[in-house]
Design a protein around this ligand. Structure first.
Ligand code: HEC
Length: 138
């Protein structure tokens, strides 16, 4: 009888632990997108718009995977860009200043958020990939 009861206690404790682990991993998952959103609203939304819609022919939208999936998106965020570009079939010829102080982990969250919210390709950017892109910036 006594050992039966301790089995039950062990099983209950295990279930509680599994539940706890699930809750923690789920909230971590949400976390990077929440951080990405905050960072987007702080550094990008003033120009690109709260929904990444851009502004007329002055500022391009962030909905074109040619740019959001591009291997140089981390460089654009950090160092900016200028010159003629095509976005969603429209031509833009302007200049974006960079964010020199932004860290790689913030870039990763930011790009993950943009891809998830504004494009059909919600591929998460990892810290590792952000670092690799930054090393290759020209
Ligand atoms: C001061 C206004 C401004 C801010 C702030 C700004 N951008 Fe830009 N961004 C531009 C302009 C203008 C261009 C087009 C540059 C060109 O014509 O070559 C651009 C181009 C881009 C592009 C490539 C084209 C496209 O639309 O996909 C990406 C990606 C981008 N910006 C991402 C970001 C992100 C992410 C942030 C926040 C970290 C940001 N930008 C902040 C003005 C801005």
């Amino acid at each position: 009888m006594k050992s039966n009861r301790s089995y039950i206690i062990i099983i209950v404790v295990c279930l509680l632990l599994i539940g706890l682990v699930l809750i923690v991993t789920q909230s971590k998952k949400k976390d990077y997108l929440t951080r990405g959103k905050m960072s987007y609203e702080k550094h990008c939304a003033n120009c690109h718009g709260i929904k990444g819609e851009g502004l007329q022919l002055l500022i391009p939208p962030l909905t074109d995977p040619t740019w959001t999936q591009n291997d140089s998106i981390a460089c654009i965020i950090k160092y900016g860009m200028e010159g003629k570009i095509m976005v969603n079939g429209k031509e833009y010829n302007n200049r974006m200043t960079g964010n020199a102080v932004i860290e790689n982990d913030e870039i990763a969250d930011l790009v993950s958020y943009i891809r998830k919210e504004f494009t059909q390709m919600p591929k998460r950017m990892t810290l590792k990939v952000a670092g690799e892109q930054i090393l290759k910036c020209k």
